[in-house]
Design a protein around this ligand. Structure first.
Ligand SMILES: Nc1ncnc2c1ncn2[C@@H]1O[C@H](COP(=O)(O)OS(=O)(=O)O)[C@@H](OP(=O)(O)O)[C@H]1O
Length: 574
């Protein structure tokens, strides 16, 4: 038998409201609407499908106050995390949000109506109090506290929901189960004791080992239930992770384990989050839940100290275990013992026995540099997936951003660099020359500051996309303004390598080299706002390389750029 839902009844609002679906849908055009944020969308999905039972809507002020103060809804039921619909005054006005109003809640991706909210109250939360009580400190180094103060609206809207339809998913649809579906699945499989494992990270041999040990200890089956909603900023994207989980599943004996994806927006709330995770799993029918060391920990606070103690989460779930109603399985850290070539719970490893580990940081370094990842640590199938998503630098894209005066030689340098990089043959090399850019991408733009900034912004966007696709992009605008160059760096660095090369050939030499007589015309006033003559060139202080083509040959400059790329592993094989 699957576990009893929290509060006694599974609040699957899709099932409850199925017979009203068409009338609710017909009502939508008559109602004001509210487009959800990404986080609200995740929360809504789990309210509607019963993952957050006993909640049937977003918290009203009374429930919110109870949850913040002592983790209790007004009914007295345990609930650790405030599930709130945050809005700004503008939204309140635009969507006419007030008590008793009905508001259609829309999916931010396709504007489909998902539910109708009957507003019970609109209130201004004490965010500092929420931060301290729920997350332990009003410190913006905590991602949920940062969200609270920097992203969440000033007001919360409480009220009950009626379900229209589930948010559409297009990725890994078959691996997503609502609580009702998972309960039916367990019934079909005849599973009665199920241990759930929560994760937001890739899984390796140690995770397989510890989950099997948990299952063995409790004579239970295993549910690997990773989070695919919002996790900690900087985490490995969920597409990669799900491919990893799918590669790992065949490593369990047949019939032992199932994979189910959870569309949860994590808060990284440590102890309270562990209680929340346990309740969510209970709603999904699970009977046992693994709570690890530093469960859902956000890392260090602004003083460089961990927000939570490593076992605070285990202590809190232990304290409330009778109410949580799911058996908590404390996470046993397993260690790899070199000589016996096996994993063992860390606390059982005899003194003097050599153990090995690879930290997350070290794993990312090995992925970045292409260094080997040993088989004792992970499965070749898993490593293959990770390497596809994290190709070594030699397979990543980069942008060389040349900046300098007209006739500084940057155009010749750009062409020579393209030819030189073409020898590598490992990436396509794209050249964005000003003459082409200004004919195609920026054809309507002139040379005002605003137009030049737009021009650089567009090139940065294109170069960023090329870089993301693994190409080498060479851009060669004058780019006279520091801020625009810095913005370009910011845009492109998200996708791969970025190198700012200042072609610093002095103006007097540029004028001498200028065969088209453009400077001459600018000096005569026939061309206005000409860079170097009557418009400024802000010399970069953040160039990765400076080349002066009065003193260096193009060949030498190309070589210096190649040396830079080689140092970082973008060209040549390490
Ligand atoms: N007012 C003014 N100022 C600077 N340059 C001018 C101007 N008017 C036309 N040109 C010609 O346009 C080319 C520079 O365009 P860019 O797109 O590189 O300029 S910017 O980065 O947007 O500032 C540049 O040519 P190349 O250096 O050969 O690309 C200039 O000859």
């Amino acid at each position: 038998m699957a576990n009893t839902p929290h509060g006694g009844t599974l609040k699957d609002l899709y099932i409850r409201d199925a017979d009203k679906q068409s009338s609710l849908l017909a009502e939508v055009p008559t109602l004001p609407s509210l487009v959800l944020t990404d986080r609200q969308l995740c929360d809504l999905e789990l309210i509607l499908n019963g993952g957050f039972s006993p909640l049937e809507g977003f918290l009203t002020q009374k429930d919110y106050d109870g949850v913040v103060a002592d983790m209790r809804l007004t009914s007295g039921t345990l609930w650790p995390i405030p599930i709130t619909l945050d809005v700004n005054q503008d939204t309140i006005d635009a969507s006419k949000i007030q008590a008793n109003a009905r508001v259609a809640l829309l999916d931010p991706r396709d504007y489909q109506p998902l539910a109708i909210l009957t507003v019970e109250d609109v209130y201004r939360p004490d965010k500092s109090k929420e931060a301290i009580n729920v997350y332990g400190a009003d410190d913006q180094a905590h991602p949920a506290v940062n969200y609270l103060h920097s992203i969440a609206g000033e007001f919360y809207v409480g009220g009950a929901l009626q379900a229209i339809q589930a948010p559409a998913h297009y990725d890994y649809v078959a691996s997503r189960y609502t609580p009702s579906e998972l309960r039916a699945h367990f019934k079909k499989l005849q599973w009665t004791r199920v241990v759930a494992f929560q994760t937001r990270n890739p899984m390796h041999r140690a995770h397989r080992e510890l989950t099997v040990r948990a299952a063995r200890a409790r004579k239970a089956h295993l549910l690997i239930q990773p989070v695919v909603g919002l996790t900690k900023p900087g985490d490995i994207d969920h597409y990669t992770r799900v491919r990893v989980y799918k590669a790992l599943m065949p490593k369990y004996p047949n019939g032992m384990a199932e994979l189910s994806l959870l569309p949860l927006a994590m808060r990284m709330g440590g102890p309270r989050e562990a209680v929340w995770h346990a309740l969510i799993r209970k709603n999904h029918g699970v009977t046992h839940f693994i709570v690890g060391r530093d469960h859902a920990g956000p890392g260090k606070n602004s003083q460089g100290v961990d927000f939570y103690g490593p076992y605070d989460a285990q202590a809190l779930v232990e304290k409330y275990k009778s109410e949580i109603g799911i058996e908590i399985v404390p996470f046993q850290m397993v260690a790899y013992c070199v000589d016996s070539d096996e994993y063992m719970p860390a606390d059982e490893v005899p003194e003097g026995v050599k153990t090995l580990n690879i930290s997350g940081t070290e794993l990312r370094r090995r992925l970045r540099t292409g260094l080997p990842i040993p088989e004792w640590f992970s499965y070749p199938e898993v490593v293959k997936v990770l390497r596809q998503s994290h190709p070594p630098r030699a397979q990543q894209g980069f942008t060389i951003f040349l900046t300098g005066l007209h006739a500084s030689g940057k155009n010749a340098l750009a062409r020579a660099l393209q030819v030189s990089l073409n020898q590598e043959g490992t990436r396509s090399v794209s050249l964005l020359m000003s003459e082409n850019v200004r004919a195609e991408l920026s054809s309507e733009l002139g040379f005002s500051k605003r137009d030049r900034d737009l021009n650089i912004g567009r090139q940065a966007f294109v170069a960023g996309e090329l870089t993301r696709a693994g190409a080498a992009a060479i851009v060669a605008p004058i780019a006279p303004y520091d801020e625009a160059r810095k913005n370009a760096r910011k845009t492109i660095e998200k996708s791969g390598g970025f190198y700012l090369v200042h072609v610093s050939t002095p103006l007097a030499d540029c004028e001498k080299r200028d065969h088209d007589g453009v400077y001459e015309r600018a000096r005569k006033g026939e061309i206005k706002d000409f860079t170097g003559i009557d418009d400024p060139y802000e010399v970069p202080s953040d160039a990765d390389l400076t080349v002066n083509l009065s003193e260096q040959t193009i060949s030498q400059a190309v070589h210096e750029i190649v040396l830079l790329l080689e140092k970082d592993g973008y060209v040549g094989s390490a």
